[in-house]
Ligand binder design. Sequence first.
Ligand code: 5GP
Length: 204
Amino acid sequence: MSTYDGTLIIFSGPSGSGKDTVLNELLQKHDDVKLSISATTRKPRENEVDGVHYYFISKEDFEKKIDDNEMLEYAVYGDNYYGTPKAPVDKWLTEGKTVILKIEVQGAEKIRKMYPEALSIFIMPPSLAVLEKRIRGRQSEKEEDIIKRLSIAKNELERACEYDFAVINDDLDDAVEDVASIIKAEKLRYKNMKNIISEVKKDV
Ligand code: 5GP
């Protein structure tokens, strides 16, 4: 693990928790926050654009990236690979940026081991019924995939306790504000303020 000045944030939550919507809103208001774009072997949904929502690549290309050590972490979710390309995250962290990884629980576990100072946020629905309604409302998955996602969601909820913070996404604005507050508080930690404090102390 390299040393870095930036802030790394793990952002997880079950499928249908609304984490994409929360993050989109957050990024619109905070252009200093960078979102890592993952690679996946899943097929794009109707509204998804390659290089914006994901890098949609083949299983062969994904496995080559693993072999070439280009992935910071990766996991199998459902029947597909999902992974975080290493280079942009390294670059942003070295530049002192705040970087968000929108990843599932297995990836979160790996990142925590590599970056013990990473902050982790778990976003969750107000209930499983709401979660199911959101997944079905998307109309992008087959019944078999929906059932798989709901079962993964239950396991993921069991692991919410591994995260530093939990945010309930019932009202979108409230959830965005909660996440923004957590990030703000993290930036005010002594370890993240010590360069500024040293500067101020110079004049004493
Ligand atoms: P979806 O198919 O709904 O876009 O994503 C399925 C799950 O994979 C979500 O929980 C999402 O956060 C997670 N995911 C997306 N990108 C990555 C990644 O790069 N690494 C890992 N470990 N999980 C990811």
